[in-house]
Design a protein around this ligand. Structure first.
Ligand SMILES: NC(=O)C1=CN([C@@H]2O[C@H](COP(=O)(O)OP(=O)(O)OC[C@H]3O[C@@H](n4cnc5c(N)ncnc54)[C@H](O)[C@@H]3O)[C@@H](O)[C@H]2O)C=CC1
Ligand SMILES: O=C(CO)COP(=O)(O)O
Length: 318
């Protein structure tokens, strides 16, 4: 039995994939009207209207029920996760954060927020290149499951792998979380480049220098380089910086074109850019792309000025 907290796009997609693979899945939804609607329609029309629920997927508002079983997957935006899990108590299930980001006020990543809020729990993070829409309809996807405890990690890897969802395992939670968090910042930057009409060559340069920035941050914060070169870093960077399906990339596009962006859409990279810049400043790290993204978001620079500033930095070795 597996529980999923958060009936948005990603939580619902994971619940469908795991249900199709034969698990009994309890999908917890905080909103009573949405829960009733999903239970009646057997689909989540707000987020994934074309993905019917398998029989073994149960919609519930009973959080204690969702927290029983092998794992509770937590698929709410990172900035809301602390509040969302506050009432969990001492769950028997391992908690698997399925979100990407750095908490704004604390500077912590997903597993650290879980452990900080519920001391003594077993935590892991599931991250990597995957659009909910692909997972929900059974398209093949490969993800990283990171758990500091190798035994729990192996149990979770086995339990959450399905015929269409292939999980690679690592104990490097720091690297896996940084990869997932920072690729969103770089996706905003790449969207801005394309939105401003600067072309694919400029996007490739932004992605590559963005990856160098991710590696620099990772090295300073204790991530293993191979984790960042894997699915959760390079893999997710490649997906998110090149696809209109990404909300972070689309926010970047709107910054580049000057069009409005719906503020209700989940975009993890915005808060993460600010959190990361603060950490970088504290540690004396050079993060020009992250800094530029925060300035674009705050409106304190324009895309033209930002590109000028990036292009006229002192020349250096690669
Ligand atoms: N949508 C996607 O393709 C993917 C999303 N993710 C990650 O999954 C996480 C969640 O994103 P999405 O599901 O896409 O967002 P979403 O906007 O589709 O859904 C978020 C859900 O969280 C719920 N929620 C928000 N605050 C809550 C709270 N305090 N208590 C309980 N529920 C709360 C909302 O009601 C909503 O159902 C993000 O960190 C995102 O980066 C990861 C991979 C793919
Ligand atoms: O994390 C994702 C793909 O791996 C989804 O990206 P967005 O949150 O930008 O839509």
């Amino acid at each position: 039995m597996i529980g999923v907290m958060g009936a948005g796009a990603f939580g619902t997609a994971l619940a469908i994939a795991l249900g199709k693979a034969g698990h009994t899945v309890n999908l917890w939804c905080r909103n009573a009207d949405q829960a009733r609607d999903m239970a009646e329609l057997r689909c989540n029309r707000a987020y994934l209207p074309n993905a019917p629920f398998p029989e073994s997927l149960h919609v519930t508002q009973d959080l204690a029920l969702a927290a029983k079983g092998t794992a509770l997957l937590i698929a709410v935006p990172l900035q809301s996760m602390r509040a969302a899990i506050a009432d969990l108590g001492a769950p028997s299930a391992a908690l698997v954060a399925c979100c990407k980001g750095i908490e704004l006020h604390s500077g912590l990543g997903p597993t650290r927020v879980l452990e900080d809020t519920l001391p003594g729990i077993t935590s892991a993070v599931l991250t990597g290149p995957s659009f909910a829409a692909d997972i929900a309809i059974g398209r093949p996807t490969a993800l990283t499951l990171a758990c500091a405890d190798n035994v729990t990690g192996a149990v979770l890897q086995q339990a959450l792998t399905t015929p269409t969802l292939r999980l690679y395992r690592t104990s490097d939670t720091v690297g896996a979380e940084l990869g997932g968090a920072l690729k969103n910042v770089m996706a905003i930057a790449c969207g801005a480049v394309i939105g401003a009409g600067l072309g694919d060559s400029a996007r490739a340069a932004t992605m590559t220098r963005g990856f160098a920035e991710m590696q620099r941050i990772g090295a300073a914060l204790g991530a293993r380089p191979e984790t960042l070169s894997g699915l959760s870093g390079l893999g997710d960077l490649a997906l998110t910086c090149t696809s209109d399906l990404s909300r972070n990339y689309r926010l970047g596009l709107s910054l580049g074109t000057g069009e409005k962006f719906d503020p209700s859409i989940t975009v993890e990279g915005a808060a993460t850019a600010h959190a990361m810049l603060r950490i970088a400043n504290e540690k004396g790290l050079d993060v020009p792309i992250t800094r530029t993204v925060t300035e674009l978001l705050d409106g304190s620079t324009t895309i033209t000025d930002a590109i000028d500033a990036l292009m006229t930095r002192p020349l250096k070795e690669e």
